[in-house]
Design a protein around this ligand. Structure first.
Ligand SMILES: Nc1ncnc2c1ncn2[C@@H]1O[C@H](COP(=O)(O)OP(=O)(O)OP(=O)(O)O)[C@@H](O)[C@H]1O
Ligand SMILES: O=P(O)(O)OC[C@H]1O[C@H](OP(=O)(O)OP(=O)(O)O)[C@H](O)[C@@H]1O
Length: 232
């Protein structure tokens, strides 16, 4: 059996079920809304595994699932290129990981401006400018590539836009789609502050054991979905 990790709740789960369903692979939760097991109809040898979107990268890397659907942001943040292969971009779950600063920082429009502000900030406040995020790796790599070093990351696993008003950070790096949460919290995206454009992707684990029967099931599934054969 190939195990396919799918998001266990919310819009991502529904969009994922719709995407598979439109291709003749019907996935649904078994039993009640609260039961985290799933069933699939329309293809033999495939079992869905309902998981938190944030945990799907780790399960792929551990080889406990063969395939998984989750955001490219979460995989790029948590995994290296060796552990998974991209099978298909699914065209939903689009959101941008961006750096945003308070509206009142009128002199800070770009990442270069943020760099300059960071140097001044340290002198004025005795500590480095704080950027709240849960995307530590992506933010570090992005700022390093731009030569920004005088800052510190503050971990925020949710309600990240609130950290500036709450006084625990000066800037944030988080996912946005409509931009409403940023606006409501008086934050503005830097003009060159796009770190990653994310969307839901079907990933294949390079770490899972793929038996001959699993490879045959994958071929059947890939044919139905109209995606590439085993991508590694
Ligand atoms: N506002 C949004 N619009 C579109 N996509 C979003 C939005 N917020 C988050 N996403 C995407 O949804 C995926 C899951 O997000 P997140 O890590 O917040 O999980 P979650 O919804 O909190 O679920 P769980 O707690 O089960 O992991 C990510 O890939 C992210 O890019
Ligand atoms: O641009 P918008 O359309 O306003 O969406 C952005 C919000 O959506 C996500 O939060 P989510 O609802 O997943 O909750 P979180 O705070 O737990 O991350 C993200 O972290 C932003 O807070």
């Amino acid at each position: 059996m190939i195990r396919v990790g799918v998001p266990s709740k919310g819009r991502l789960m529904q969009d994922c079920f719709d995407w598979f369903g439109a291709r003749g692979v019907v996935m649904r939760r078994a039993g009640s809304d609260r039961e985290y097991s799933g069933v699939v109809e329309g293809v033999e040898g495939v079992v869905p595994v309902l998981l938190s979107a944030g945990e799907i990268p780790r399960e792929l890397a551990a080889g406990r699932i063969h395939l998984g659907v989750t955001g490219s942001d979460l995989v790029r943040e948590q995994l290296g290129a060796d552990e998974v292969a991209e099978v298909a971009r699914l065209g939903f779950g689009q959101a941008d990981l961006v750096i945003a600063v308070p509206n009142v920082w009128i002199d800070v429009e770009t990442v270069d401006d943020l760099d300059a502000a960071a140097a001044g900030f340290r002198k004025a406040h005795g500590h480095r400018l704080r950027i709240a995020t849960k995307y530590h790796r992506l933010v570090r790599d992005f700022l390093q590539a731009q030569g920004v070093a005088d800052y510190q990351l503050v971990d925020s696993q949710g309600a990240t836009e609130g950290t500036v008003l709450n006084g625990t950070a000066e800037a944030i790096a988080d996912i946005t789609s409509s931009g409403e949460t940023l606006r409501a919290n008086h934050l503005r995206i830097l003009s060159d502050g796009l770190i990653h454009s994310s969307q839901a992707v079907l990933w294949a684990s390079r770490m899972a054991e793929w038996s001959a029967a699993d490879l045959a099931a994958y071929a059947r599934l890939a044919a139905k979905l109209g995606v590439a054969g085993v991508p590694f």
